[in-house]
Design a protein around this ligand. Structure first.
Ligand code: NAG
Ligand code: NAG
Ligand code: NAG
Ligand code: NAG
Ligand code: NAG
Ligand code: NAG
Ligand code: NAG
Length: 797
C-alpha cells in the first residue's frame, strides 16, 4: 500500500513528458528547424534543444521540461550561446566523430564548441540532474554543462574556483548581464556588480569586515559551494542556509536574477509556479548598480524598487535607469558658485575621495569645494563626544534610502531653489514607519527648515505633543552613544525588513497592554493590532538590563531567521527599560491548546511533529548552533490556519542569558520542568541536543495524550500506583510488551486508536525515544530527525 502510494507520488512528480529520450551519437546533429529535436533526461524532468530567444533567434539550452508544456513558460537553466543566438534555419548542434560538439549558425559559422576530441566514439547525454554530458563509450567524461553554468545552479551542481553564475540582462533578454556570483580572492562567495563603467561587491555587505563581521571563513581555499535537493546550501567559506521549505524533495534552482538578487526557487506543484524559498536581499536597494550614477533607489513595499534622480539632476534614459542621471548644471563653475543641499535620509555607498576625521561641517564643505571632482559629501557627527567625520565623494552611486549614519550634502548651484522636500515626497518617506529610526541620528542642523522638519518627525512618530515632552526627556537622558556597530545593525535591520517600533506605537496597538494572551518565562504576551491592521503578538520581556546595542545585535539575528515553521518576527522595541518583540499572531493557538481541546487527528499530528522538527533543524543549522531554543514545549508551538506548526519564542534564551549574572553562563532556570534535558540538572555543557530532548518529549506527549509536565500516574505497574516521568513510562511499557501492537495499545492516546498508520507511528515513537536519550551524544541532531521522518516509507498517504 505504502509503496503504491509512493509510486504514484513519484510518477506524478517525475512523469516523463514525452518518450523521446535519446542520446546524441557521434556524426549526428540536432536541428533548429525541428522542434522535436530535443534530448530529454531519463526521468523526463529536463530537456535540451533549441530555445527561441527572439524573432528567428535561438540558443541551445537546457530547461525544465516536466513543469509546463507551454514553450514560452519554460524555465531555462543553462545556455550554450547566450550572447550569440543562432538563426532559426539550418542551425545545428553537431557532435563530430572527432569528439567535438559544435553549434553552427545557418549552416556556416561555428558560434560555440566544446573544444574536445576523442579517438573513440562519444555520445551526448542529458542526465536526470540536468547535467548535459559528453562522454566516450568507455565512460570518460569529455565535457559537462555543470562546469559552465550560466545564471543558475541546480542541486548537486558544484560552484567552484573559476566558475561563476552570471545574471541575464533582463527578464526577457538572456544575454550575460552585470551581476555575478563567484568566489573572490579571499575565498569568499560573493555577489559582484560588474557594470559597464564600475564594479563593486555588494554581498556579503561591503562595510562588514571580511572574514570577521560577515561570518565568512577566508582560509579554506577549496572554493566549493553546493545546494542539495532538500534545500540546504553550503559553501567552503562556511556560508550556509536552509530554504524556507527545507526538507522537502522539490524541484529547486538557485539563480542570480537579472535584478542582482540571488534567489533559491522551489517549484510549487499546486500553484504551478516557482516560489522563492530563500533570497540574499529582502530590500533590493542594497544591490549595487540599481539606479545608476546620481540615482536614488527607494524600496516601495509590495511594488519593489523605484529610482529617482538627485535634485538638480535629470534622468538620462527613462527606459533604462541603470544609465543613471546627469547634472543639469556645469560642475566646473568656480567654487564660489556652489552651495550644499542637505539630504538627511540619503546614503551613497562607496567612492569616497578619502576619510577626514574631526572636521567641522564648514571645514568639510570647504574641502569638497576645493576638489573639482567632489560631487557631495557624507558627514557624521557623534553628539556624545563631538567626534565627526567627513567623506567627500567623487562618484555618486548606489544611492539608497534610508540612511543610518549622518547626513548627505549635495553640491548644487547657489540660489538654485531646489529643496529636499520634494525628494522626500517623491520617494515616499513616511513618518509613521520611519520616525523611530530618525531619532537615532545626531542632529547638527542650524537651518530653520531643518528644525521644523525635525519637530514634525517627532509629532508624526509619536502621535501627540504630550508624549513628545516625555520623549524629549527620555531622549536627553538615555540616548546611547552612537557607534559604528549600531550603525551596522541599522543597516542589517533595514535589509531584513524587520523594524523598530516605538513604545507608544505598541502601547497603542495593544490598547495599553490590556489583552494578555500568554505568559512565560520570558515575559508576557499581548494581542495587538498594528497601524497597518496586522494582528500581532507583542511580547513584553521581563525587565532586561542589557544595553540597547547588545539587544539590537541579538534581535537582528532573530529578525533574519525566516522559515515556514518559525513564527515570523516583525520587529522589536527597545526604549529605556522596555524591551518588546513583535511577531505574527496565530489564530489557531498553541499546540497545548489544541491537544487539550482534542482538535487534532493523526495526520495533523504527524505533520506537526514533522514541521516542528524542520523549524528546529533550521534554527540549529542556519546559525551553527547559535540559536538554541531551550524551551521547546507545546505552549511554544503555534498552529496556522492549515495546522502547520510554527515554533515561537526562539532566540529568547540568548536575549536573556545576559540578564543573569555572567558567571552562571546559561542559568539553571532555562526550560520547563518535564521537557528539560538532563544536562540542565547535571550542569553539563548545553548544546542543541537540549532542544532535541525536549522535542522527543513533546512528540511522546502528543502521541500518548499524557502531560509531560505532570508525569504519568501509572496504576498497572505493580501493587502500588506510581508517579513516573513520561519517557521512562513509555520505555518500561516497551520492555514489558509482547509485540509492538500491544505496546502501542498501552501507550497511544485512546483517541487515536485505530486511526493511525502503525509503520509511521513506529518510526515516530522510535525517533522520539532516541531524542529523549539521557546521554546527549546518543540523541540524533534535528537534521537527522527530519531525515528519518522523511524516509520514503513515511511519505504522506
Ligand atoms: C531512454 O533512456 C534510457 C536510459 O538511457 C534507455 O534505457 C531507454 O531505452 C531510452 N528510451 C527511449 C524511448 O529511447
Ligand atoms: C539583449 O541585450 C544585448 C546586450 O544589450 C543586445 O545586444 C541584444 O540585442 C539583446 N537581445 C534582444 C533579443 O533584445
Ligand atoms: C574546506 O571546505 C571543504 C568543502 O566545504 C571541506 O570539505 C573541507 O574540509 C574544508 N577544509 C578546511 C581546512 O576547513
Ligand atoms: C517612483 O518614482 C517616480 C519618479 O522616478 C515617481 O514619480 C513615482 O511616484 C514613484 N512611485 C512610487 C510608487 O513611489
Ligand atoms: C534607452 O535605453 C533603451 C534600452 O537600453 C534603448 O533601446 C534606447 O535606445 C535608449 N534611448 C536613448 C534615447 O538612448
Ligand atoms: C579635533 O580638532 C580639535 C581642533 O580642531 C582638537 O582640539 C581636538 O583635539 C581634535 N580631536 C581629536 C579627537 O583629534
Ligand atoms: C505611511 O505608511 C503607512 C503604512 O506603512 C500608510 O498606511 C500611510 O498611508 C503612509 N502615509 C503616507 C503619507 O504615505
Amino acid at each position: 500500500m505504502g509503496t503504491l502510494i509512493l509510486f504514484i507520488l513519484f510518477s506524478a512528480l517525475f512523469a516523463p513528458a514525452t518518450s523521446t529520450n535519446r542520446t546524441l551519437s557521434g556524426g549526428l546533429s540536432l536541428s533548429s528547424e525541428n522542434p522535436e529535436d530535443v534530448l530529454t533526461s531519463p526521468n523526463g524532468v529536463f530537456s535540451a534543444g533549441f530555445y527561441p530567444v527572439g524573432d528567428n533567434a535561438y540558443c541551445f539550452a537546457i530547461w525544465f521540461a516536466s513543469l509546463t508544456s507551454r514553450s514560452q513558460d519554460r524555465t531555462v537553466v543553462w545556455m550554450a550561446n547566450r550572447d550569440q543566438p543562432v538563426n532559426g534555419r539550418k542551425s545545428k548542434l553537431f557532435l563530430l566523430r572527432t569528439g567535438n560538439l559544435i553549434l553552427t549558425d545557418a549552416g556556416e559559422f561555428t558560434v560555440w564548441q566544446t573544444n574536445t576530441n576523442s579517438l573513440s566514439s562519444s555520445e551526448l547525454h542529458l542526465y536526470d540532474t540536468g547535467n548535459l554530458v559528453l562522454r566516450t563509450l568507455g565512460g570518460t567524461n569529455l565535457w559537462e554543462s555543470f562546469h559552465f553554468p550560466t545564471d543558475t545552479l541546480l542541486p548537486q551542481q558544484l560552484l567552484i574556483r573559476n566558475t561563476k553564475l552570471v545574471s541575464s540582462i533582463s527578464q526577457t533578454n538572456h544575454s550575460s548581464g552585470f551581476y555575478k556570483l563567484l568566489f573572490d580572492n579571499h575565498n569568499v562567495l560573493c555577489l559582484l556588480y560588474d557594470g559597464a563603467e564600475v564594479s563593486s561587491m555588494y554581498w556579503p555587505l561591503p562595510w562588514l569586515k571580511r572574514g570577521q563581521d560577515d561570518g565568512r571563513f577566508v582560509y579554506n581555499s577549496s572554493r566549493i559551494a553546493v545546494l542539495d535537493s532538500f534545500g540546504y546550501f553550503s559553501s567552503s567559506d562556511k556560508f550556509t542556509f536552509s530554504s524556507a521549505d527545507y526538507g522537502q524533495l522539490l524541484h529547486r534552482r538557485l539563480t542570480v536574477d537579472y535584478d542582482g538578487n540571488l534567489r533559491l526557487y522551489s517549484w510549487d506543484e499546486e500553484g504551478e509556479m516557482w516560489v522563492v524559498s530563500w533570497q540574499a536581499f529582502q530590500v533590493p536597494c542594497m544591490i549595487h548598480g540599481v539606479c545608476g550614477a546620481n540615482g536614488i533607489c527607494s524600496h516601495v513595499p509590495g511594488i519593489g524598487r523605484n529610482c529617482s534622480c538627485l535634485p538638480g539632476y535629470k534622468v538620462i534614459n527613462h527606459t533604462d535607469w541603470s544609465q543613471g542621471c546627469e547634472p543639469e548644471f556645469d560642475l566646473s563653475f568656480g567654487k564660489n558658485k556652489f552651495d550644499f543641499l542637505q539630504l538627511s535620509h540619503l546614503d551613497f555607498y562607496g567612492y569616497d575621495y578619502s576619510t577626514y576625521p574631526n572636521r567641522t561641517l564648514d571645514q568639510c564643505k570647504n574641502l569638497c569645494l576645493e576638489l573639482a571632482e567632489c560631487k557631495a559629501f557624507q558627514y557624521t557627527f557623534r553628539s556624545d563626544d563631538g567626534y565627526s567625520t567627513c567623506y567627500p565623494k567623487i562618484l555618486l552611486r548606489n544611492g539608497h534610502l534610508p540612511s543610518f549614519g549622518g547626513s548627505f550634502y549635495l553640491r548644487v548651484l547657489k540660489n538654485n531653489h531646489l529643496s529636499n522636500a520634494n525628494l522626500a515626497e517623491e520617494v515616499g518617506l513616511n513618518c509613521s514607519s520611519k520616525g523611530a529610526l530618525l531619532l537615532e541620528r545626531a542632529y547638527t542642523k542650524s537651518r530653520v527648515n531643518g528644525i521644523v522638519k525635525f519637530m514634525l518627525w517627532f509629532v508624526c512618530g509619536l502621535g501627540g505633543l504630550e508624549i513628545v515632552g516625555i520623549f524629549f526627556v527620555w531622549f536627553l537622558l538615555l540616548r546611547t552613544p552612537k557607534n559604528s556597530t549600531a550603525d551596522k545593525q541599522g543597516y542589517l535591520l533595514a535589509i531584513t525588513g524587520f523594524r523598530k517600533f516605538t513604545y507608544s506605537e505598541l502601547k497603542k496597538a495593544t490598547k495599553g497592554f490590556t489583552e494578555e494572551i500568554g505568559r512565560g518565562a520570558g515575559g508576557v504576551v499581548y494581542k495587538g493590532v498594528l497601524a497597518d491592521n496586522r494582528v500581532a503578538a507583542i511580547k513584553q520581556l521581563y525587565e532586561a538590563n542589557q544595553g540597547e546595542d547588545v539587544f539590537l545585535a541579538e534581535v537582528s539575528i532573530i529578525g533574519r531567521l525566516n522559515h515556514m515553521n518559525l513564527i515570523e518576527m516583525w520587529g522589536y522595541c527597545a526604549e529605556g527599560k522596555h524591551r518588546l518583540l513583535v511577531s505574527e499572531y496565530m489564530e489557531h493557538g498553541s499546540l497545548a491548546d489544541n491537544l487539550s481541546s482534542n482538535a487534532l487527528d493523526w495526520k495533523k499530528m504527524f505533520e506537526i511533529a514533522f514541521g516542528t522538527a524542520k523549524g528546529l533543524s533550521y534554527l540549529h543549522e542556519e546559525c551553527l548552533e547559535w540559536v538554541l531554543h531551550c524551551d521547546v514545549k507545546p505552549e511554544n508551538i503555534f498552529l496556522d490556519s492549515n495546522y502547520q506548526p510554527k515554533v515561537a519564542d526562539f532566540g529568547l534564551s540568548k536575549l536573556q542569558s545576559r540578564v543573569e549574572t555572567d558567571n552562571s553562563s546559561f542559568s539553571r532556570m532555562r526550560g520547563t520542568r518535564g521537557y528539560m534535558a538532563p544536562e540542565w540538572v547535571f550542569n553539563l555543557p548545553i548544546t542543541s541536543k537540549v532542544d532535541v530532548y525536549s522535542y522527543g518529549i513533546v512528540v511522546l506527549e502528543m502521541m500518548t495524550g499524557k502531560d509531560a509536565a505532570k508525569g504519568v500516574h501509572d496504576i498497572d505497574s505493580g501493587e502500588q500506583p506510581q508517579h513516573k516521568r513520561l519517557v521512562s513510562w513509555v520505555r518500561e511499557k516497551k520492555n514489558r510488551a509482547a509485540s509492538i501492537e500491544s505496546w502501542f495499545d498501552e501507550i497511544i492516546d485512546p483517541r487515536l486508536k485505530g486511526k493511525y498508520d502503525i509503520g509511521k507511528m513506529e518510526t515516530l515513537i522510535g525517533v522520539a525515544l532516541q531524542c529523549a536519550e539521557e546521554e546527549k551524544d546518543a540523541r540524533p541532531s534535528m537534521r537527522q530527525v527530519v531525515e528519518m521522518l522523511l524516509a520514503p516509507e513515511n511519505d504522506l498517504q
